[in-house]
Design a protein around this ligand. Structure first.
Ligand code: GRF
Length: 202
């Protein structure tokens, strides 16, 4: 299967997925990594792995609709089976998300439906939560609101900082995202009737 990964930053999840592809743990390959800013650190890492990279800066577009339409064309030029959002810090239009319905995944650093949006680690600390975590979900029009496929929990310890918590969550991200991507590539994971199913089971 052909995978296109969208990033805005470090790209550690992208690398974890690439490594899993190389090791045969994902039945697919990353055919392109696309960033919305040239400064995204993950671009060099992808290029070093021999993956095609593209930058489509949102700054050159007058509207969200115009940007998403161009991004849509760029992604589709790679004919992906799956689009993977891995720290892509953009809100996507309904038209864009509908176009990739059932074939676009996101990873969000919280136990959804808790803490949609940004600053999730800080918010978990502020709330005094005893556990926190990460969710992989299908992307729908609602921000961080699509059907959850898999979650991993981490404990929150006394005295944890945002960095501590983020590092603990990242470890789990690198474990579960490749797993879910592989399920999709093996055609075991589907979005059916608005629900995520694995081997036909909810
Ligand atoms: C991750 O924490 C992910 O959950 C969030 O953005 C971050 C991306 O990290 N959506 P990286 O660029 O993959 O290192």
């Amino acid at each position: 299967k052909r995978i296109v990964v969208l990033i805005s930053g470090t790209g550690s999840n992208m690398l974890a997925i690439q490594q899993a592809c190389e090791e045969g743990r994902i039945a697919g390959q990353i055919v392109a990594v696309i960033a919305n800013k040239a400064s995204a650190k993950g671009l060099e890492k992808a290029a070093a792995k021999g993956i095609d990279t593209e930058v489509l800066s949102h700054k050159a577009f007058a509207s969200r609709e115009a940007y998403d339409a161009e991004l849509n064309v760029l992604i589709d030029s790679y004919q992906p089976d799956l689009v993977v959002l891995a720290g892509f810090m953009r809100i996507l239009t309904g038209e864009f998300t509908r176009h990739y319905e059932g074939r676009m995944l996101n990873i969000h650093p919280s136990l959804l439906p808790k803490y949609k949006g940004v600053n999730t680690h800080q918010r978990a600390l502020d709330a005094g939560d005893e556990e926190h975590g990460v969710s992989v979900h299908f992307v729908t029009e609602e921000l961080d609101g699509g059907p959850v496929v898999l979650q991993a929990k981490v404990p929150v310890f006394d005295g944890d900082t945002v960095d501590d918590l983020q590092a603990r969550v990242h470890e789990q991200e690198h474990r579960i995202y490749p797993l879910v991507v592989n399920w999709f590539c093996q055609q075991r994971l589907k979005l059916e009737g608005g629900r995520a199913t694995l081997d036909g089971q909810p």
